[in-house]
Every structure is written in structure tokens, then in C-alpha cells.
Design a protein around this ligand. Structure first.
Ligand SMILES: *Cc1c(COP(=O)(O)O)cnc(C)c1O
Ligand SMILES: [Zn+2]
Length: 467
């Protein structure tokens, strides 16, 4: 691959660089995370963002049809022809006045970026397509990940399409939504249910993939985060290249937030945008490491020298208390986010804020999102619940332009949805009650009715509502 592209340690006091041909998940010198970096001075850089519009007429080329590789000029770590694609990134940004009203914002100011439209139903495909492209370039025969579900669904999909690589998936036992598990199985991935939670599965997959030389596609993989930058490019595209005031995203392993920060930092550096939107990362209250460190302890990127002693102290206490992540939003049920330092950097670049929301707030927001035209899974709705909170606090103004990223599709986790709409938190094996959910204010429960025409008509007349 070309010398203009390399991997670079994010720690400024290390800054070691490595070839993109190397398969690394951490800096061999200091152990920190790696970025993919480009020597833009020696590469062809688009003069403006309108540049990308010319590709719209090339949709017959699979890589131009892809919502990721359409922006290849901004993640050119290999030649366009070598990029894997299954048609990812055909997503939509749509303003929702119903959601704006729920949040307490003016009409036209809240848009939802619907990543549920990806081939495997979550934003993960944006990153997985870049990681599997890199894995193919280095000739990997098998690829592994630990997953709360969507990463595994995405990896399994790409491997089943490619047929050159076997997917090996590590999941915590009993910790995966059925929609996601069914995908991994149906796509034929080797699926290991580890007796433990996500943080355990993550630790094991790192060890095992090192021992067996398996390509690791968790978001410690810097190529994945390159692909995820394009979510931001598509938002700008949909806004006719106008920069919004806020991007709001749920935070789990913090790959997305890290990648969004890098996207905007690079666009600004290249002179393609004149300002950077603010970033809000939303944790679930039951998995709020970033919130605790950033907002409560004031930990900052600090020029690449975050207070690592304080961070380690936080994790030591977590271990001592055997504190485990717990939230209905299983995609963000993570207490040890692997991209923590990259996310701190993104929060600095984007003048970011972090909030936490309860499972109650998440599920109420999810029901409003569903009723307003986009179905999402619980974790995704954290972005809307978080925006509502930031609006109530006055951090986000009524008339600011906000984009909430809906990270995954409604059908990923039907159990949570049906439990909420039953209208009673105690139903469904206490799925909701054990999570502190006490009300289902936006429930739309099914109405039981006799097998009789008159009674059916009466039921419709009694319950029918009009918009
Ligand atoms: C993976 C995932 C997240 C969390 O994203 P991170 O990059 O790990 O912070 C949020 N929502 C959904 C639906 C996901 O699949
Ligand atoms: Zn290093």
C-alpha cells in the first residue's frame, strides 16, 4: 500500500507509526490506540464537499453506490477497486417534528440519521466494510469480534458475502437480543457464548485472536472507525453541506463518537468545513463510565495526557465492587469502553458533553421515535432521550439544529419493544421492572377482542384515533 497512508499511535508523546499492511489493535510500543492517518499534502484532496455530488451519477459502480465508499477520497487507505461492499450506508436523514416536539424543540430543528437501513440493520456495517476490506488486503482467513450483538451480525454478514473469511463471534451468555443472535447464526458464523458479559468476552477475544492470529474487528481496529466517519459525511450531504449545531450519539465502546470527532477534525483541517458541530455522547445510566469520568471527575484528553491514574483508579474500584454494566439498551451495556481515550480526544475537538439517561427515559423516547416514523432499538433512542435532557438543562437551545443518530433497527430487539407496549413493566419476566422502569406512558398495547364482527367493529370505533 502507499506510503501516504499509515497507522499512528494516538499518544502524542509516542506517535509511533506503522505500515497499513500490519495487523495491529494497539501500539506495540506503548499499548495505546492507533489511528489511520493520511499524508494529505501528497494526496489528492477534494476542493470542496460538492465534489462528492459528481459520484451520484455513478451508482452503477458498486463502490459508488455504497454510502461508505462514495466518500473514498476521505478514507483512501486502499484503492477504490479493492474495497469490499454489500451496499452499506444507504441511510437517510429526516427531520421529525414529532420528535422535536417530544424533546421541546422548534419544528424543523431535529433530524434523525437512520442507520437501521444498513444491510445488517445497524451502523456497524459502515465500519465493518472498512475492516473487512483491510482484512482482505492482508489475506486474513478468519475474523473475530466480541459483541453485544450488532458487531457480530455485521461481521457475520460480510464474511458470508465474501466467502474468503470465517467469522468467529464471542458473545456474553444471555446478553444478546434475539434479532442479533439470529443474524449471526443465519449467516453461518461460528458463535461462542462465553460464560460472562461483554467486558469478559472482549478481554477473551483479544487474547485468543492474538494467540491464533485471527483478525480482530472490534472497534480497537482503526480501519473500522474510518468507515464510520462516513455517517457524518452523509449527514452533511443530506444537509446540503451545512454543518449542524449538534450531533447526538449513544456511547458504548465509544467507537462511533471517536470516529465522528476524527471526521470533523479532518474536514476542518482540510478546509472542507468552517466549523465543527458540538458532540453529545449519551450513556445509559447503568453503563455510565464515560459520564462519570468526563462529567463527574473532569477527566479530559489534555493534549494526549489524560489523568490515567484517576482512570485506572475508577476501574480498580469497579473491579473491587464487582460492578457490572446493566441496561435494557444492550448495545451500550459496556463498562470498559475500549475507545475511551479516542473519545476524550473527540470530545475536545467537538467541545463535547456527556450525559446519562435511565432505561425509563430510553424506552419512552424509543416509543416516540417509533410513533414518529423510524423504528429503533433501545440503545439508539438514548440519543433522543439525551437530547431531551440537554434541552431541559438549556444546554441545547430550542432553535439549534440537532442530528440524533439512530444507530440500529427496531427489529433487533423485539423483546424490549413488546414488553414496553404491553403497558405493564411487570409483564414479560419483569424485563422492564428489574431495570427500574415503572411506567409505559407511550405504550400502544394490543386490544384483545372476541372472534366476532360486531365486537371487532365496536373495538375499532372505541379505540380509533386520528392524527
Ligand atoms: C454498537 C452500538 C452502539 C454503541 O456504539 P459505540 O461505537 O460502541 O459507542 C450504539 N447503538 C447500537 C445500535 C450499536 O449497535
Ligand atoms: Zn504508542
Amino acid at each position: 500500500m502507499s506510503d501516504n497512508v499509515f497507522q499512528k499511535c494516538i499518544a502524542p508523546d509516542c506517535g509511533a507509526t506503522y505500515s497499513v499492511d500490519e495487523v495491529l489493535v494497539a501500539c506495540p510500543k506503548c499499548g495505546n490506540l492507533l489511528d489511520v492517518q493520511y499524508d494529505w499534502d501528497h494526496m489528492e484532496v477534494p476542493k470542496n464537499l460538492q465534489h462528492f455530488e459528481k459520484y451520484w451519477s455513478e451508482r452503477h459502480v458498486p463502490q459508488r453506490f455504497s454510502g461508505v465508499w462514495r466518500f473514498h477520497d476521505l478514507l483512501p487507505f486502499t484503492k477504490l477497486e479493492k474495497c469490499v461492499t454489500v451496499g452499506e450506508g444507504q441511510t437517510i436523514l429526516r427531520a421529525s417534528d414529532g420528535v422535536a416536539e417530544f424533546i421541546g424543540m422548534n419544528p424543523g430543528r431535529v433530524s434523525l440519521e437512520y442507520e437501521g437501513m444498513n444491510p445488517s440493520g445497524s451502523f456497524k456495517d459502515n465500519g465493518m466494510v472498512a475492516a473487512t476490506t483491510h482484512a482482505s488486503l492482508v489475506g486474513a482467513k478468519s475474523a473475530a469480534c466480541a459483541s453485544t450483538g450488532n458487531t457480530s451480525a455485521s461481521l457475520a454478514l460480510y464474511c458470508s458475502c465474501l466467502q474468503t473469511m470465517k467469522a468467529i463471534i464471542f458473545i456474553g451468555s444471555g446478553k444478546i437480543a434475539y434479532g442479533k443472535l439470529s443474524q449471526a447464526l443465519d449467516y453461518g458464523a461460528l458463535t461462542l457464548q462465553i460464560h460472562g458479559d461483554f467486558d469478559d468476552a472482549m478481554a477473551r477475544v483479544k487474547e485468543v485472536s492474538k494467540d491464533l492470529g485471527i483478525y480482530l474487528v472490534n472497534s480497537v481496529n482503526p480501519f473500522r472507525l474510518e468507515g464510520q466517519k462516513t455517517i457524518m459525511f452523509r449527514i452533511l450531504e443530506a444537509l446540503r453541506w451545512q454543518v449542524p449545531d449538534w450531533i447526538v450519539v449513544p456511547g458504548g465502546n465509544l467507537g462511533n463518537s471517536s470516529s465522528f470527532g476524527k471526521a470533523f477534525h479532518e474536514l476542518k483541517m482540510l478546509g472542507l468545513i468552517d466549523r465543527i458541530p458540538r458532540l453529545a455522547v449519551i450513556n445509559a445510566a447503568g453503563a455510565d463510565t464515560l459520564y462519570q469520568l468526563y462529567e463527574k471527575q473532569g477527566i479530559r484528553w489534555n493534549g494526549g495526557q489524560p489523568d490515567r491514574v484517576a482512570i485506572q483508579g475508577y476501574f480498580d474500584r469497579m473491579n473491587a465492587e464487582n460492578r457490572r454494566a446493566s441496561t435494557i439498551a444492550s448495545a451500550i451495556e459496556i463498562n470498559r469502553p475500549v475507545n475511551l481515550e479516542k473519545c476524550l480526544r473527540a470530545l475536545e475537538w467537538c467541545d463535547g458533553v456527556v450525559r446519562q439517561v435511565t432505561d425509563q427515559q430510553i424506552l419512552d423516547a424509543k416509543a416516540r421515535v417509533g410513533a414518529c416514523g423510524f423504528g429503533c432499538e433501545p440503545a439508539s433512542a438514548a440519543s433522543v432521550a439525551g437530547t431531551k435532557l440537554l434541552r431541559e438543562e438549556g444546554v441545547i437551545g430550542k432553535d439549534e439544529r440537532v442530528v440524533c443518530v439512530l444507530t440500529g433497527h427496531q427489529l433487533k430487539d423485539p423483546t424490549a419493544t413488546v414488553a414496553y407496549h404491553s403497558g405493564d413493566p411487570k409483564k414479560f419476566d419483569e424485563t422492564l421492572a428489574v431495570r427500574g422502569v415503572t411506567s409505559c406512558d407511550f405504550a400502544n398495547n394490543p386490544i384483545p377482542v372476541e372472534n366476532d364482527v360486531d365486537q371487532i367493529i365496536r373495538a375499532i370505533q372505541t379505540h380509533q384515533t386520528h392524527p
